[in-house]
Structures are given as C-alpha cells and as structure tokens.
Design a protein around this ligand. Structure first.
Ligand code: KG4
Ligand code: ZN
Length: 342
C-alpha cells in the first residue's frame, strides 16, 4: 500500500524573521520569510519591536505560504512551531498562532527546538532535487547569531554537545564588528561581501585560549574595537580606505578559530563527516574552508543551501515531519522555552 503523504505547516518566529513553510513529508512546498527591517536603525534586534512585527506579519505570511504550496488549510495534517530557544515575545506570537490553528482545524500541534532544526535542515528536499544526507553519527558545527556549538549528531534527535562558546556566539562577533565599522545590521553578510575583495593576511588579531572543544569570541570583539579606535586616531579615513582588508582579515581570524577547534573534534571522531548549520554557514569563506578541511581528511562536508542556513520555517518542518512519524505531539498548554537546550 502506498504511504499517505503528510502535509505540515511550520512556523518559525524565534527572533526577527517571521517564516512559514508548507511541507509534504520532507519536501519543501513553500518557505516564505518576512525579514524585519525595523531593527537596522538600532544596530541589533529590539525584542519589543520584533514581537509586534511578528503579530503584523504572521497572517499574511501563512496565507502566502499556503498559496505558494497550492494547499488549502483543511488539507493540513499538523501544525508545527518553534518553541525555543529565542525571544519570549517573538516565540509567543508563533506559538499562539500555531495553537489557534491546531484548535480550529482539529490537527495535532508539534513543537520543535530551533537549534535541533538548524541541524535537521540537512534532511530537507526541494524542487532543486534530493540531496545526499549526512550519515549518523556526524559532527555538526552550528554557527548562528546566538549559538556556536560542535555537536555529535547520533540520530535525528540524539545529540551530544562536544563543545560550545563560553561567551559570545560567532555571529555576534561578525555583527558587532560590522557595527563598529558602521555597516548595517545584521553585519555578517556585509563583512562576507567586502572580504571577498580584501587581503586576509593584512592584519593580525590575537587568538583566545579555551579548553578542548569550546570557543570564545568576546576577547576578539574587544580587541577589534581597540584596533579600529587606535588606527582611526592616527588616520580618520582608516576604515573607509581599508574596509575590504579589515573585513577579510577579521573574518579569516574568526573562521580559523572555528576550524581549529573543529579539526580537533574531527581528530577524535575520525570516521565522522562534517556538517555545517546556522546563519553564519551562509558565509562564503567558511563554506570554502570547511570543504578544504574535509578534503584533507577524506571525509565529506555537508553544507545546506543558503535559504536553509539562516532562520527559516522549512527547517522546523524537517524536525516536525520526523516527530509526526513518531507521534510526538504537544499539548495546547505548550509554552515558550527561551533558554531551551539542544
Ligand atoms: O541562524 P540565524 O539566521 O539566526 C539565529 O538563530 O541567530 O543567524 C544569524 C547570524 C547573524 O549573526 C548574521 O550576521 C549571520 O548569521 N550571517 C552571516 C552571513 N549570513 C548571515 N555571517 C557571516 N557571513 C554571512 N554570509
Ligand atoms: Zn537560528
């Protein structure tokens, strides 16, 4: 007998992107994201404003996702939502909407952990074709605006955190440096863009020492601030005249410290392939260096397509589909868990 297709509407609203996907099993029928522009002028996400914008966006984005997928609400088998980690006000909008939809359509509610979903994005399929998926166990370097983790992924929902940042996330190190340089928020993509034409060996930054598989990025952020302050004192046009080399050198420093620790983890798990996840995995140079790292070790690198790297609802749908098959549903009393662990 042919297996019935499962249709799930997935919602992601943990930070400043209102994203809705409609899935047929692991296949992404639509994945629509409204990114909030309002935070640019503040140089970072303002939680209060993020919650309000999610409220404005959620209904139109859900309608657009259903329309693009060519699915009617009554065809849905379940509704899935990010329940943490994230901003309380932002999570509440997605969760409240998902609960209402679950109640109105009399379909199950599925809660998904945002950090697990970044990893599970590797199992998505779309119209660009079926990709090879990583084999368990594999090592995943998850790099986003809020997290930097090295995870041993033993199964879809079996994770062992090998190491993580002891202070700031690498995405924050990108964004804070961009802010110091006067670039818009979020600054990671701008540093990536300027770095492409810059000399990555021009400036040096001191590294920080951390135990085994952990990371630290707060020291580099402060030393970058002093580096710019001192150079601008001597030459007020220093940033304008050297932006490409500054971005290339700083980005190379961040990536080298990520990959030094990742290489250590690969040495103690020699048969594991390496996957990349989270918003910073959209970075061109990081993608290039991860491939080099795995080529040298004769293991495979798995890097999601750009649209599934930064926050998106399709990755929530990936986790939700596996939970649906396992009958793992949530009650309508579901609450946000802002500090939810992997
Ligand atoms: O996963 P994500 O969309 O949201 C969180 O869960 O945090 O990650 C956002 C982070 C931001 O810090 C942003 O600057 C960074 O990902 N980012 C990049 C690039 N694209 C996004 N960082 C470096 N290079 C990029 N191309
Ligand atoms: Zn994220």
């Amino acid at each position: 007998m042919q297996k019935k297709d499962i249709y799930i509407l997935a919602i992601e609203s943990s930070c400043d992107d209102t994203s809705v996907a409609v899935m047929r099993n692991h296949f992404v029928l639509s994945n629509i994201t409204a990114s909030q522009k309002i935070h640019e002028q503040y140089g970072g996400v303002v939680p209060e404003l993020a919650g309000r914008d999610h409220e404005k966006n959620i209904v139109p984005v859900v309608s657009a996702a259903l329309k693009k997928a060519g699915i009617e609400a009554k065809q849905l088998d379940a509704v899935a939502v990010t329940s943490g980690p994230g901003l309380m006000g932002s999570l509440l909008v997605g969760i409240s909407f998902a609960k209402s939809l679950s109640l109105a359509l009399q379909i199950p509610l599925i809660s998904v952990n945002h950090m697990q979903a970044h990893i599970l994005a590797h199992f998505l399929e779309d119209e660009k074709g079926k990709k090879e998926t990583p084999r368990f166990p594999f090592i995943c370097l998850t790099v986003s605006g809020g997290h930097t983790q090295l995870v041993l992924v033993k199964d879809h929902f079996e994770f062992e955190v090998l190491g993580q940042t002891i202070d700031d996330a690498v995405g924050e190190a990108f964004d804070k440096a961009a802010k110091i340089l006067g670039l818009p928020y979020p600054g990671g993509p701008f540093i990536d863009k300027y770095a492409k034409e810059g000399d990555r060996n021009r400036f040096n930054f001191a590294g920080s020492r951390v135990p085994k598989f952990d990371f630290s990025f707060s020291g580099i952020k402060t030393s970058f601030l002093y580096f710019i302050r001192d150079h601008v004192k001597a030459d007020p046009l220093f940033v304008e005249n050297n932006i490409k080399d500054i971005c290339a050198s700083y980005q190379e420093h961040l990536i080298s410290s990520l990959l030094k620790t990742t290489a250590l983890a690969l040495e103690s798990h020699t048969t594991c392939d390496l996957a990349l996840a989270g918003g910073v995995s959209a970075n061109t140079r990081l993608r290039e260096r991860v491939v080099q790292l795995t080529d040298n070790r004769k293991i495979k690198a798995y890097i999601p397509p750009f649209e599934y790297c930064t926050d998106n609802a399709a990755m929530i749908g990936a986790g939700a589909y596996i939970k649906f098959l396992r009958n793992e549903f949530s009650p309508l009393t579901l609450l946000p868990d802002v500090k939810m662990h992997l």
